[in-house]
Design a binder for this molecule. Structure first.
Ligand SMILES: CC(C)(COP(=O)(O)OP(=O)(O)OC[C@H]1O[C@@H](n2cnc3c(N)ncnc32)[C@H](O)[C@@H]1OP(=O)(O)O)[C@@H](O)C(=O)NCCC(=O)NCCS
Length: 155
C-alpha cells in the first residue's frame, strides 16, 4: 500500500475529477454533481487521494440522516490496487463518525467485482438488489457497513 494524502477537493480539481471519472467505466457523473459537492456548505464532500501532489482518486459522498452515502468512487487505472480507495473509505469513516453517522451506504453494479471485493473487504454487507436503480436501467446492489468499520484485511 502507498500512503496517499487524503484531503477535500476544491473547485479547481473538478476538471481532473471529471478526467479520472471518465476512465472509470460508468456513464460520466458530469461537471454539475462534482461542482455541487465540492462547493457544499458542509465541506469535504469530495475527498481526493493525492500522490506526490497529483489527484489519483476520489470519493464523493453526502449525509442522509445518520447515514453517509458514497455517491461516486474512482481511482485512476494506473494507480489501482495501491490502497487508494481503501484509504478514501477510511477517511470517510472518520468524517462520518465525527458527524454522528451510524453507517456507510452505497449502491454498486452487481457485475462490478473489483468494487464489490473492495467493499466486502471493508466490512460492507449486501442488503439486496434494486432493479432499475441506475439511470441507464441497470440494477443497483445496496451495500451497507456499520460504523466503525470492521475491515477484514490489514491496510
Ligand atoms: C473499485 C476501485 C475504486 C478500487 O480502487 P483501488 O484503489 O484499486 O482499491 P484498493 O487498492 O484500495 O483495494 C482494496 C482491496 O479491494 C479489493 N479489490 C480492489 N480491486 C480489486 C480487483 N480489481 N480485483 C479484486 N479485488 C479487488 C482487494 O481486496 C483489495 O485489496 P488487495 O489489493 O490487498 O488485494 C477501482 O477499481 C475503480 O476506480 N474502479 C472503477 C470505478 C468503480 O468501479 N467505482 C466504484 C463504483 S460503486
Amino acid at each position: 500500500m502507498i500512503i496517499a494524502d487524503i484531503r477535500p477537493c476544491q473547485a479547481g480539481h473538478v476538471p481532473e475529477l471529471e478526467r479520472i471519472d471518465s476512465l472509470c467505466g460508468s456513464p460520466a457523473w458530469g461537471r454539475g454533481p462534482f461542482l455541487h459537492h465540492v462547493a457544499s456548505d458542509a465541506g469535504g464532500m469530495v475527498l481526493g487521494a493525492f500522490l506526490k501532489g497529483e489527484l489519483r482518486g476520489f470519493l464523493a459522498w453526502e449525509m442522509r440522516g445518520e447515514e453517509a452515502w458514497i455517491l461516486r468512487l474512482g481511482v485512476h487505472p494506473e494507480f489501482r490496487r495501491l490502497g487508494l480507495a481503501s484509504q478514501l473509505i477510511c477517511a470517510l469513516e472518520v468524517l462520518a463518525l465525527s458527524q454522528g453517522c451510524a453507517r456507510l451506504c452505497l449502491h454498486v453494479r452487481s457485475w462490478n467485482h473489483p468494487a464489490r471485493a473492495l467493499y466486502l473487504s471493508m466490512g460492507f454487507r449486501s442488503m439486496g438488489v434494486q432493479e432499475g436503480y441506475y439511470s441507464d436501467g441497470e440494477a443497483g446492489e445496496l451495500m451497507t457497513a456499520s460504523l466503525p468499520l470492521e475491515v477484514l484485511e490489514d491496510l
